[in-house]
Every structure is written in C-alpha cells, then in structure tokens.
Design a protein around this ligand. Structure first.
Ligand code: ZN
Length: 283
C-alpha cells in the first residue's frame, strides 16, 4: 500500500516537472516569435536619423530613400551642386527640314537634347522621330495639335491630346515605360484666357504620372519673325547669365532654320562657359 502511494507521488512529481518544462518551452518560443515580429516591423517602417534624412533599414543595411520627384521639373533643378548643366530643348518638331539639321549638329558635338514633339507631326514624320530616339535624345510630349483653342478648350481636351501623343511616342520608341514628360504649348503659366484649364490639368497630369517642364533660359527664336544669329546669341547670354543649371527653350519648327544655323555657336558658347549637357528625364 505504501509503495503504491509512493508510486503515485512520483508519478505526480514527474507530471509537474513535465508541465514546468512545457511552460518554459512555450515561454521561450513566444519570446522568439515576438522578437522576430518586432524586428520585422522595425525593418519595414522608415526611421529618421539625426540629420532628418529618411532612411530605410533592412536586415541591418541602411538605404537612403529615393527623393520624391516633383510634377514641375524646373522645381527639381539642382542648382547648388557646383556642376553647370544645360538642358537643350527643341519644340514644335519633328519635320524633314530643320530637325535633321539640328540632329546633325548635336551628333557632331556628341550632345544629347530633349525634343518636345507635336503628335500630329510625329505621324507625318515618323522616321525623323525615330532618328531622334535612335541618336539618344529624349522624345517628349508637346500635345497633338498645338492649337491653343482646341487644346485648352477644357481639361478633357487637353488630357486627350496628351494621352494620345503619349501613345504615338510609345509606338515610335517601342517601349511601354518611357518618360512621360510634357511641355505646355505657350508654357504652363496660369495667365490669360487658358489660366483655369492649365491650373486644373496640373493635378490630372500628376495623377497620371506626367511631369511638365517650362524653361529658365532661351534664344528668343520664337519672339520675332526672323531674328538674327546675333540676337539669338545675345538672348542666350543674357538669360543664362549667373545660372548654374539652365533649361533652354529653342524651336526646330520649319520656320526656325536660324536655330539650326546658330546652334554650333550656341554650343561653343555654353561649352566655353563650363556647361555639360543632359536630357530632362535625368532631373
Ligand atoms: Zn510650342
């Protein structure tokens, strides 16, 4: 009888010990699970460092967060890095007469530029548009009709022209993901009779992944009917003076052969001033 009691006591002791070990294991497992969970949460969410630069920390590595790009490209110009950069832009092409002359000179100087093309003109001159792309320049979007009354009739008309021209550009470059950069015909300035439409479409452009770009320097090739090379040079000198980064407005439309004739002189001047060249998708 006493040995049976002893046996039962031993059995109870063993069961208690087993339960104790079981509880210890459960506690340790819970601790590991909670630690791993907290580490993952810390890895996923960004943390601010002392310099207020937002960084991502993942598995011990620190990655800088890519800067958010603005819809208005001009506001992202980095004009305080000590590097002088010129962004040449040519509006209102392509065509068979002036655009190839511009391309020949750019090739000679090994300089890349941005062409704000008109959709209806790409349809008329697809091989010239293709040459712009093949030679490493950026094809950007300058509406389909370039007719202010149609384009700025309302927000829907504007977006239809921009989207349609974007499709035409994609068919030329054969790329689904190509930079969606536009220039408002006449500029994005919210003045005059189209001010309200321009203001409203800026939100739509942003929502649809487009960025737009005006200019902060120009040759004035569209400011009078037949300007001289001297006038173009004077204008580029005065409007670029003292600026580290410049987006230069020029035109390669059929009536602007003066731009092609002066382009070598313009490039010589800018190179002499210490500028290097880039395309707008690099901003
Ligand atoms: Zn234009």
């Amino acid at each position: 009888m006493s040995s049976e009691i002893k046996f039962r006591q031993n059995l109870r002791n063993r069961q208690k010990k087993r339960k104790f070990r079981h509880n210890i294991i459960i506690t340790v497992l819970l601790f590991i699970i909670i630690t791993v969970f907290l580490f993952c949460v810390k890895s996923i969410f960004p943390q601010k460092d002392n310099n207020d630069d937002i960084e991502f920390i993942f598995n011990g590595y620190v990655y800088p967060q890519p800067p958010q790009k603005s819809t208005n490209i001009l506001s992202d110009l980095n004009s305080n890095d000590g590097i002088k950069t010129a962004y040449l832009t040519f509006d209102d092409g392509p065509n068979e007469s002036v655009t190839p002359q511009v391309l020949d000179i750019l090739r000679k100087y090994n300089v890349k530029a941005t062409f704000f093309t008109v959709g209806s003109l790409i349809e008329q001159n697809p091989s010239v548009a293709r040459r712009i792309y093949d030679e490493g320049h950026l094809i950007a979007n300058h509406s389909y009709s370039h007719k202010y009354t149609e384009l700025y009739a309302d927000t829907q008309s504007f977006m239809n022209e921009i989207d349609y021209t974007n499709d035409i550009i994609k068919s030329i470059v054969c790329k689904e993901n190509y930079p969606k950069i536009i220039r408002f015909p006449g500029g994005s300035f919210e003045i005059g009779s189209h001010a309200e439409v321009k203001k409203e479409v800026k939100t739509l452009l942003s929502e649809n992944g487009y960025r737009y770009c005006d200019w902060n320097a120009l040759t004035g090739d569209a400011e009078s009917k037949s300007p001289s090379s001297e006038e173009l040079m004077e204008k580029i000198k005065s409007t670029s003076n003292g600026k580290e980064d410049i987006v230069i407005l020029m035109h390669d439309s059929v009536s602007k052969s003066i731009t092609a004739q002066t382009l070598s002189q313009i490039l010589d001047y800018l190179i002499g001033q210490g500028y290097t060249f880039d395309t707008l998708d690099e901003i």
